[in-house]
Design a protein around this ligand. Structure first.
Ligand SMILES: [Zn+2]
Ligand SMILES: [Zn+2]
Length: 244
C-alpha cells in the first residue's frame, strides 16, 4: 500500500484495544497492557478491517472499524460546509473514505491511525496542549496544540479537564460529542474511572452549565448515539448523586 511510503516508521495496532504504536514495538501495549503477540502491523490492519459509516444526521457520519477492533470507539465525521472535520479517529487506516481537513481530538486515548490519515490526506491534527504531553500521545504529529476553548467552522470546542488533563468536548449545531467521559450501561451512567475523580466531577459541572445554554438533539459518545433528552436525564441523575 502506498501510504507505507509516507511513513518511514513501522506501525503496530493492538487487537485488544486498538491502540496504534508508531515506530516502536514494545513488549506490552502502552494503553491496555496486552502482550505484543496481540499486535498486527498497520498494513495488516488495513487489509483485515474496513471503516463503516453510519449516518447520524445529514451533516454527520459515525465511523467505526469493521469488524470491531479492540475496544472499538466511534469517531465522527462532520461536514460543516466549509471543511470536513473528524472528532477523534478510528484505529484502522483506510484509503477508501472521503478526505478530511482536520481531526480534532477529545483527548489522547483514541488517536487511532490519525498519523496515517494526516500523511495520506494532508489533514491537520488538533489536540489540547495538556493531552499532547501525555505518554500515549508522544509519537503523534500534532499540527495545533490548543490551550483555550475555540470556535472553528461552526464547531465549538470546550476544554473541561477531568478524565484527562486536556479533555475537550465539542458541539456542532444540535449535536454534542463527549467520547468516553461517561459510560452508559442500561439505565446507569457513570464517570470514566480513569483520571482524578474530583477533577472529572468538576469538569462535568462546567460541561453541564455549557450544555444548559444550548438546544441539543443528540449525543455522540464513544460507543453510542443517544437522544439528548434521554442522555441528559441520566447525566442529571449522575450529577445529583455526587452532590450528596
Ligand atoms: Zn492494547
Ligand atoms: Zn478516555
Amino acid at each position: 500500500m502506498e501510504y507505507t511510503l509516507l511513513t518511514k516508521e513501522k506501525q503496530y495496532v493492538c487487537k485488544v484495544c486498538g491502540f496504534n504504536m508508531i515506530g516502536y514495538y514494545p513488549e506490552h501495549c502502552p494503553f491496555c497492557g496486552a502482550l505484543n503477540v496481540k499486535f498486527i502491523t498497520a498494513e495488516e490492519c488495513s487489509k483485515n478491517y474496513e471503516i463503516i459509516e453510519t449516518i447520524v444526521n445529514n451533516k454527520v457520519i459515525r465511523l467505526n472499524s469493521s469488524p470491531p477492533l479492540g475496544l472499538e470507539h466511534s469517531a465522527y465525521c462532520i461536514m460543516t460546509g466549509k471543511q470536513t472535520i473528524w472528532i477523534d479517529c478510528p484505529s484502522t487506516f483506510s484509503e477508501d473514505i472521503e478526505r478530511m481537513d482536520k481531526i480534532m481530538f477529545t483527548h489522547n486515548h483514541f488517536l487511532g491511525a490519525s498519523n496515517l490519515y494526516r500523511s495520506y490526506y494532508s489533514a491537520f491534527l488538533w489536540i489540547h496542549k495538556e493531552d499532547s504531553k501525555q505518554v500515549l500521545a508522544q509519537k503523534y504529529p500534532f499540527d495545533k496544540k490548543f490551550e483555550n476553548d475555540y470556535n472553528f467552522s461552526e464547531i465549538e470546542a470546550y476544554h473541561i479537564n477531568g478524565h484527562t488533563p486536556g479533555f475537550t468536548f465539542y458541539i456542532f449545531k444540535d449535536l454534542f460529542f463527549i467520547c468516553d467521559y461517561v459510560s452508559i450501561s442500561g439505565s446507569n451512567m457513570r464517570f470514566n474511572p480513569y483520571g482524578p475523580r474530583d477533577k472529572t466531577i468538576e469538569g462535568a459541572k462546567v460541561m453541564n452549565d455549557i450544555l444548559n445554554r444550548h438546544e441539543l438533539r443528540k449525543v455522540c459518545g464513544f460507543d453510542y448515539v443517544l437522544e439528548y433528552s434521554n442522555w441528559k436525564a441520566k447525566f442529571d441523575d449522575l450529577l445529583n448523586s455526587v452532590k450528596i
